[in-house]
Design a binder for this molecule. Structure first.
Ligand SMILES: Nc1ncnc2c1ncn2[C@@H]1O[C@H](COP(=O)(O)OP(=O)(O)OP(=O)(O)O)[C@@H](O)[C@H]1O
Ligand SMILES: [Mg+2]
Length: 211
């Protein structure tokens, strides 16, 4: 895998209602793992979206480096896998069609059949591959999000609420994915669970900003 690094440089985010977090800085070089913790509303999902390039910061900046070369987020996005409650799947499409359609939105090549099979098998959905996602349970949808996030072998895996809706078996599969990701790549986990935050060696704790 190509070495990657991500740096947050005094990142702050403000919505209309005010400042959410202020001057967040950290530096990650593969292999690395970071947990983002804080109370409900502290800004964990917001920071995750900024790191994944889905939202811009109000102040500060992000730096992304791959193979020693600094690149912009649009290019770096091809190296990120993101699992989040805010990622929408398409109910009217099958599991396989979702993987293909979402890849197209990501401007990635059509995933090879073998890779789709490997990942749907890993998350226990191969038998349901031709069923419309609208008929899936919430845990099955969460599993499909992992299959999509991992399709392109991302160097950076960002997980917001990693085990939400998952049963014990699903959580164990995720646990294995996380261990694998940490070995040589970058793992970022936004979570309310102390147990999950302990998967990571670095931590950013978002505390409410004094107004
Ligand atoms: N699009 C938006 N417009 C305005 N305010 C927003 C928006 N998105 C989030 N916020 C606000 O930003 C704050 C942080 O929200 P965020 O979802 O990042 O928190 P969180 O730490 O992920 O919370 P939780 O533990 O409940 O998942 C909240 O006060 C929320 O209302
Ligand atoms: Mg959240």
């Amino acid at each position: 895998m190509t070495p990657v690094s991500i740096q947050a440089n005094a990142v702050s985010k403000e919505f209309n209602r005010g400042l959410i977090f202020k001057d967040i800085s950290f530096s990650l070089s593969s292999p690395a793992s970071l947990s983002i913790t804080g109370k409900n509303g502290a800004g964990k999902s917001t920071l995750s979206k900024i790191l994944a390039g889905l939202l811009s910061s109000t102040r500060g900046s992000m730096t992304y480096v791959i193979g020693g070369k600094q690149i912009g987020i649009e290019e770096f996005k091809h190296h990120i896998g993101f699992v989040s409650p805010y990622l929408n799947l398409y109910d009217e499409f099958t599991a396989i069609e979702n993987l293909e359609f979402l890849s197209r939105i990501r401007a990635a090549a059509t995933p090879p059949v073998e890779r789709k099979k490997e990942l749907l098998t890993l998350v226990g959905l191969w038998d349901r591959r031709d069923d419309a996602v609208g008929t899936f349970s919430s845990g099955m949808k969460q599993r499909l999000k992992y299959a999509f996030a991992l399709l392109h072998h991302p160097e950076v895996l960002i997980l917001d609420e990693p085990t939400s809706n998952l049963d014990e078996e699903g959580s164990e599969v995720i646990h294995r994915i996380i261990q694998e990701q940490k070995k040589s790549n970058i793992l970022i986990v936004a979570t309310n669970s102390k147990n999950e935050s302990q998967w990571c060696t670095q931590q950013v704790d978002l505390i409410p900003v004094k107004k």
